[in-house]
Design a protein around this ligand. Structure first.
Ligand SMILES: [Fe+2]
Length: 301
């Protein structure tokens, strides 16, 4: 009901609210994109991949609440992180139409940097949704969509696999190609749009070392660390940040944009660069939570 009212009545009004007035705190906060650079230390990571860097961004939600200028600035910031790989976590627009418009808008990513992308629930949304056409537009911009797909990186005879299922809410996730494609990999990065697929993946028998997820927006409006309206079937179990379950490290980003309301309370928009290294000195989750993560704060309004 809240979502329906927001889309039909509130969105046309709320999209005109200025986001550069600090006293309109929830609206202002929704545009204050943080660029976070963090170490990721894992004993499971082969030494061949020590020094590898991953840029990660999800939930851009281009459309009513995120302008062309901001979308282009987000892509510029992701590229400026100069990571070895760029990973995108889905929900590129507020619906399928704006997801396509996002990939029409942005420049082609540099050929030297592989860009891998999951599909989110909003990418399937709307009467004109055409996921094949969206994926064609992604490829035209140098992006490899992983929809129940796997991509391999090889170094010194070792293999790192990146895999993503289709979305749990609006798509058709299939773990079989992911299991088959990652079976012999030395390190597996699982990239579902929604963290709700993490338990399902484990149950299906997918082995992964690191999961990078979006979808929750950190709750988007979170009071005292609790989501007002959790978008996960698991409530706040995967709201944001690091979770370690069954020897897998799971990271849930707060994402870039917003949906339903152009507001954030108790969460900030963020993109990430993870600098990977193999080692036993710290458990992976501890390495993240103890590090000074925020390298800069950039106004992306
Ligand atoms: Fe989202």
């Amino acid at each position: 009901m809240i979502k329906y009212l927001a889309r039909t009545t509130l969105t046309p009004l709320l999209k005109h609210i200025p986001t550069d007035r600090k006293w309109l705190r929830p609206f202002y906060q929704a545009t204050q994109l943080q660029v976070k650079v963090s170490p990721y230390v894992s004993p499971n990571l082969p030494a061949a991949f020590s020094g590898l860097s991953l840029a990660y961004a999800a939930d851009i939600h281009y459309g009513s609440y995120l302008s062309q200028e901001r979308a282009l600035e987000v892509v510029r910031l992701i590229t400026r992180l100069q990571a070895d790989l760029i990973l995108l976590g889905g929900d590129y627009g507020e619906n399928a139409q704006t997801a396509e418009a996002f990939f029409d808008l942005i420049p082609r990513f540099p050929e030297s940097t592989p860009v891998l992308a999951a599909i989110g629930n909003h990418d399937h949304m709307g009467s004109g949704a055409n996921i094949a056409r969206l994926m064609a537009k992604m490829r035209a911009k140098g992006v490899t969509p992983l929809r129940n797909g796997v991509w391999h990186l090889k170094r010194e005879g070792r293999t790192m696999a990146f895999c993503a299922p289709d979305d749990i809410l609006a798509g058709f996730p299939d773990f079989t190609p992911l299991i088959n494609g990652t079976r012999t990999a030395d390190f597996v990065v699982f990239m579902p749009h929604s963290p709700d697929l993490v338990p399902e993946a484990k149950q299906a028998g997918l082995r992964f070392d690191l999961a990078l997820c979006g979808h929750t927006h950190g709750g988007q409006i979170a009071l005292r660390g609790r989501s007002l309206y959790p978008s996960s079937r698991y409530g706040d179990r995967y709201r944001m940040g690091w979770v370690n379950e069954n020897d897998s490290d799971i990271f849930i980003t707060c994402g870039v944009g917003t949906s339903v309301l152009p507001m954030r309370v108790g969460t900030m928009p963020e993109i990430h660069r993870f600098n990977l290294s193999s080692g036993n000195s710290l458990r992976a989750g501890e390495a993240f939570t103890s590090s000074p993560a925020v390298s800069s704060l950039i106004n992306c309004a």
